[in-house]
Ligand binder design. Structure first.
Ligand code: CIR
Length: 260
C-alpha cells in the first residue's frame, strides 16, 4: 500500500545571532545576520502563502545551524524519524523539533548512535526514498531509515545514492515537486520509478534544484531563469526567493522547513 501523504504544516526556526558561525562557510564571505533575519521572515511568509500553517520551533541561542531544521527529521505520513545529525555540533537541535512534531500528534521514532543522518540527504518521491550516503549520513543511518519506512509501508523502497565528496546533501541537487515529479540537475543518477516524471535543469543552475513545492507552487532560488522556465512549461508556478545569507552556510530552500 502507498501511504497517502497529507501535508498541512511547515516547521521553521528563526536563526539566532550565532548563525554567523554556521558550518560550511567560505572564508571569503561573511553572513549579515540582520539580512538573514529579513530573508528568513520572507521565506516564512512565502511558505505560508503556499497554503501551509507555520509552526515556529524554539530559537536555539547556542546552535549556529539550527535554522536548517530539515536535517533533524524525516516525515512519512503521520510518522517521523527524528534524526541524529551528522555534524556533532548540530546534535541536540532535534529535541525541540521532536517536541513540535509530537505536539502535532505525529508518531516519533528516534535514531540511535552510531547512526547519523541529515534530512537533507533524504529525497522522498511517493513511497520511494532516495538517500545520499554522505559525510553526514552513514550506513547505520541508512539502515535506521530503511527500518522506519518499511515499518510504515512494506512496499516502500529505499535507494542509496553515493554522493561525490563536494556535495553536502543529496537534496542539494534534487527535490520533489509533488508525489510524482522530481526536479533534478541533469546527469544526477536517480533510478526513478517509471511513473515518476523528472524535470532536468542545467548544472549551471544547480542551486535551484533544491525547491520547496506545495500544491503546484514552487519556491526556487532567485536568478535561475532556465529552472523557472522548465517549471512553468511543466505546469508549476515558480516563485523566486532570495536566500543569499543561507546559501553562504551551504543552505538551500528545503533546509529551512519541515513540511508535515
Ligand atoms: C550544515 O552544514 O549543516 C549547514 N550549514 C547547512 C545545512 C543545510 N541543510 C540542508 O541542505 N538540508
Amino acid at each position: 500500500m502507498t501511504t497517502p501523504i497529507t501535508t498541512t504544516h511547515a516547521i521553521v526556526r528563526t536563526p539566532s545571532a550565532c548563525f554567523v558561525n554556521a558550518l560550511g562557510q567560505d572564508a571569503t564571505m561573511t553572513i549579515d545576520y540582520g539580512l538573514a533575519l529579513r530573508q528568513h521572515a520572507a521565506y516564512v511568509g512565502a511558505v505560508r502563502e503556499l497554503g501551509l500553517t507555520i509552526i515556529k520551533a524554539a530559537i536555539l541561542e547556542d546552535y549556529a545551524d539550527a535554522c536548517f531544521v530539515e536535517d533533524t527529521a524525516v516525515v512519512f505520513g503521520d510518522a517521523v524519524l527524528v534524526t541524529r545529525p551528522g555534524a556533532p555540533s548540530r546534535r541536540g537541535e532535534e529535541e525541540s523539533i521532536a517536541w513540535a512534531l509530537g505536539n502535532l500528534g505525529m508518531a516519533l521514532t528516534r535514531m540511535l548512535p552510531p547512526a547519523t543522518l541529515d534530512g537533507g540527504d533524504v529525497l522522498r518521491v511517493g513511497n520511494t526514498f532516495f538517500v545520499g550516503r554522505s559525510d553526514r549520513t552513514n550506513h547505520e543511518g541508512i539502515s535506521a531509515l530503511s527500518a522506519f519506512v518499511s515499518h510504515i509501508d512494506a512496499t516502500a523502497r529505499v535507494v542509496v545514492v553515493d554522493l561525490p565528496p563536494d556535495l553536502l546533501h543529496l537534496k542539494c541537487h534534487a527535490s520533489a515537486l509533488s508525489e510524482d515529479t522530481v526536479l533534478a540537475v541533469a546527469g544526477l543518477a536517480l533510478d526513478l520509478p517509471s511513473h515518476i516524471r523528472r524535470l532536468n535543469i542545467p548544472r549551471s543552475e544547480a542551486f535551484a534544484a533544491n525547491a520547496v513545492a506545495f500544491d503546484g507552487k514552487v519556491l526556487i532560488a532567485d536568478h535561475h531563469p532556465e529552472t523557472a522556465a522548465v517549471l512553468t512549461a511543466a505546469g508549476f508556478a515558480p516563485r523566486p526567493l532570495v536566500t543569499s545569507e543561507f546559501a553562504k552556510a551551504a543552505g538551500s530552500l528545503t533546509c529551512l522547513s519541515i513540511l508535515c
